[in-house]
Design a protein around this ligand. Structure first.
Ligand SMILES: [Zn+2]
Length: 412
């Protein structure tokens, strides 16, 4: 009898041991917004071995680090699909191995960003250098749109049609398919459609991957209706969608102050509208009338480089805060910065908190106060809410903690 009792007790103990999980990180009591999984309520998030282990209310068990997220928002790590990270020291190389580009880790984690997609800084001739010196050296996940220009985004090279090679670009994308998510067209000033058509052809050849268009500076401008309806495919991305600059047709009609009817049709056709804020590529004169009609971007991105970050754009969270101020609801702003961009680049394993996904997480605060948000033209709006990053987890490790809300406070 005594023996049986001991056995029963032993079995009970084993049972308990099996159910008492030990996690690496447990984020407690935050308001989880995970648009892909339709979660928008207070929950805990448990992380183990670099992956999301569980998302549920009141998760029990112990953890090496716990994070007190009460009063904060817990979201998938943010994805910025328009950045410039091919930094280097080559004189006059601009965004291609030059000093206008930024090392990602210095600017991502303090903004909750865990994935960036470099938007065409490198081309097929220069991508391997970019991979060796930036992608392979960064904690941030760095992906890339390959410029259709072989050299990449180096002043003087971008007008050279002879360096826009569909076959070589597609070959490079297939060789590095874990990193290259599409092709980029930018800054072309001629009146030919060849740069767009060659990038789209490369997209098809490389396995149906998207093209991102920074529509050039032709005078007079090429019609964007023709771009959306005849040259691009559903799933291609129009970046700088709220730009109002010379040499490019705008999406909002200046006379009627309405989004042009064919822009709505293009959206229905499957063209994605991306912010790509940049130095001069976002104007309230476009974004405010568009927002009034409920025309919000599919994806929010920064076009961050040394120029834009010290001007009106600043960073990902300031850009997201602008859309909150324009009346986009928080869940949609998060969706446009997580699962939507992941879908646009056809990496739907990213931008969500599904169990088993890489544990990339942002813990955000909405700071209350009086804030001014302006665009490059000097137009300013006021707001009482601004997003701020409290903590960032990348691949299961805390990589940024603003106020030491992790216990123990350790950055690895
Ligand atoms: Zn750009």
């Amino acid at each position: 009898m005594k023996k049986i009792l001991v056995l029963i007790l032993a079995a009970l103990c084993l049972g308990n041991a099996a159910s008492a999980q030990t996690y690496s990180i447990l984020i407690k009591g935050g308001h989880v917004i995970d648009p892909k999984n339709n979660i928008d309520e207070v929950m805990d998030v448990a992380i183990s071995e670099g992956k999301i282990a569980k998302v549920a209310k009141n998760i029990s068990g112990t953890a090496k680090q716990t994070v007190d997220a009460k009063g904060l928002y817990v979201t998938p790590g943010l994805i910025d699909i328009h950045s410039h990270n091919f930094f280097g020291t080559a004189p006059d190389h601009q965004y291609e191995n030059g000093n206008l580009a930024l090392p990602p880790d210095g600017f991502t984690f303090r903004n909750g960003v865990t994935t960036v997609v470099d938007a065409g800084s490198s081309g097929w001739r220069t991508f391997t250098t970019f991979k060796e010196q930036t992608i392979d050296q960064s904690q941030t996940r760095v992906l890339a749109f390959l410029n259709i220009v072989g050299e990449g985004m180096r002043g003087g090279y971008e007008q050279n049609l002879n360096d826009m090679d569909t076959r070589m670009s597609a070959l490079m994308a297939k060789r590095f398919k874990n990193y290259i998510v599409g092709f980029k067209v930018a800054h072309y000033e001629g009146h030919e459609w060849a740069p767009v058509d060659r990038a789209v052809a490369a997209g098809k050849e490389a396995g149906d991957i998207p093209v991102m268009i920074d529509f050039g500076g032709s005078q007079p401008p090429l019609p964007i209706e023709e771009l959306f309806m005849q040259h691009l495919r559903p799933g291609d991305i129009f970046t700088h969608c709220f730009a109002q600059i010379n040499g490019r047709e705008y999406i909002v009609d200046q006379q009627t102050q309405k989004v042009k009817p064919f822009v709505w049709d293009a959206r229905k056709r499957g063209i994605f509208f991306d912010v790509g804020y940049g130095g001069i590529s976002f104007a309230f004169s476009q974004a405010i009338p568009a927002a009034k009609e409920g025309f919000f971007p599919n994806s929010i991105s920064t076009d961050i480089h040394t120029g834009s970050m010290n001007n009106a754009m600043k960073d990902m969270l300031t850009t997201m805060s602008k859309f909150l101020a324009l009346g986009m609801d928080l869940k949609s702003v998060i969706k446009a910065s997580t699962s939507n961009p992941a879908m646009e680049i056809k990496h739907e394993e990213l931008g969500n908190l599904s169990v088993g996904a890489d544990a990339d997480v942002a813990v955000l605060n909405i700071r209350k106060g009086k804030f001014g948000l302006f665009d490059y033209t000097g137009r300013k709006i006021e707001t009482d809410k601004k997003l701020e990053c409290e903590l960032t987890v990348r691949a299961g490790k805390i990589v940024y903690d603003l106020n030491g809300i992790a216990n123990p406070v350790t950055i690895r």
